[in-house]
Write a protein that binds this ligand. Structure first.
Ligand SMILES: Nc1ncnc2c1ncn2[C@@H]1O[C@H](COP(=O)(O)OP(=O)(O)O)[C@@H](O)[C@H]1O
Ligand SMILES: [Mg+2]
Length: 307
């Protein structure tokens, strides 16, 4: 699910990540712990594609690798990255970062609207998730009309709306009272059981960290301990499900732009051939480029037909 290799991060001369390697499986709940300043947030932001690892050290070139859902995310351009993030990743931050002008329901729907999903379908799903999180009576409330725990659950619903395979959370319960924090943690586990999501959670909360399947401890920009706390029995089966999912996702869709290209290509090719065979010198001059243009469009149309 997540493969990270040789992740470094420099801020000026300061090296805050010193070569992190990590492999996280689908369906795992991984807690990242460590003292303030250890590099936890920096690592989480890089794993979540919100930031990039450094490509240059003080005296050297750094080669890193980061794969999420088998996608090499370091080589995606900004647009591809935003799309990937929107479709595959959910974020939960310490401060919920809900938009104050919008209701709980609207806040939850926003990532799905960005993904151009139909309004009706999105609203129905958002209500379902809010209901699952025990917030059905709060859908029309704005963030300042909700308690801290409720706000954070709305933020969780927002992270889930596009059904991401992985959720990154940075001290999600840092701002909550003990009871709400406990509820939130239990929620993460029931979500994993229900929807098979992977969670990477930075936390100071030892109870949450010890409930996780795996605890990674960071200090000074490196992972100093990687402790398995539970055998995640379902992993093999989850990985298989993930493979299935990939296969389903990979089912090619026909690209309409390519169809236009093919039609245009055929038209240009036919016009070009007619020009070359039957035409005068002048139509020969236009016929040959038309043939080339037609052939090029045909080729490019067919190669991009399935995506
Ligand atoms: N944008 C930045 N510019 C300069 N230094 C930064 C920046 N972000 C983080 N740092 C530094 O990187 C180190 C690691 O920070 P961070 O990843 O936030 O640690 P943690 O989340 O473990 O507390 C800290 O020393 C911090 O001051
Ligand atoms: Mg932090």
């Amino acid at each position: 699910m997540i493969i990270a290799k040789n992740i470094h991060k420099y801020y000026g001369d300061l090296e805050v990540l010193k070569g992190v390697d990590l492999h996280i499986k689908q369906g795992e709940i991984v807690a990242i712990v460590g003292p303030s300043g250890a590099g936890k947030t920096t690592l989480l932001q890089i794993l979540g594609t919100l930031d990039k690892p450094s490509t240059k050290g003080l005296n050297s070139i750094i080669k890193s690798k980061l794969e999420l859902n088998r996608q090499d995310v370091l080589n995606l351009n900004d647009r591809g990255l935003s799309k990937f993030r929107n479709e595959h990743i959910g974020f939960i931050f310490q401060f919920h970062q809900l938009l104050p002008e919008f209701t709980a329901l609207e806040n939850v729907c926003i990532p799905a609207f960005i993904a151009n999903r139909p309004k009706k379908e999105v609203e129905i799903e958002a209500k379902k998730i809010l209901d699952f999180l025990g917030l059905s009576h709060r859908v029309d409330h704005k963030p300042n009309e909700l308690s801290g725990g409720e706000q954070q659950r709305v933020a969780v619903a927002r992270a889930l709306i596009n059904n991401p395979k992985v959720i990154f959370a940075d001290e999600p319960s840092g701002n909550l009272d003990t009871a709400s924090a406990k509820n939130l943690h239990e929620l993460f586990f029931s979500l994993r059981d229900e929807f098979n999501q992977t969670f990477v959670i930075v936390t100071h909360n030892t109870e949450l960290a010890n409930m996780a399947d795996r605890k990674l401890e960071m200090l000074d920009g490196v992972i100093i301990a990687d402790e398995s706390l539970a055998v995640h029995e379902n992993n093999e089966h989850l990985e298989q499900e993930f493979e299935q999912d990939l296969i389903t996702k990979k089912k090619p869709k026909v690209n309409t732009k390519s169809i236009f290209k093919i039609i245009g290509g055929i038209a240009a090719l036919v016009a070009g051939i007619i020009g070359v065979i039957f035409g005068s010198k002048l139509s020969l001059i236009t016929g040959i480029p038309l043939c080339i243009l037609g052939a090029y469009n045909l080729f490019s149309g067919f190669t991009n037909l399935k995506r």
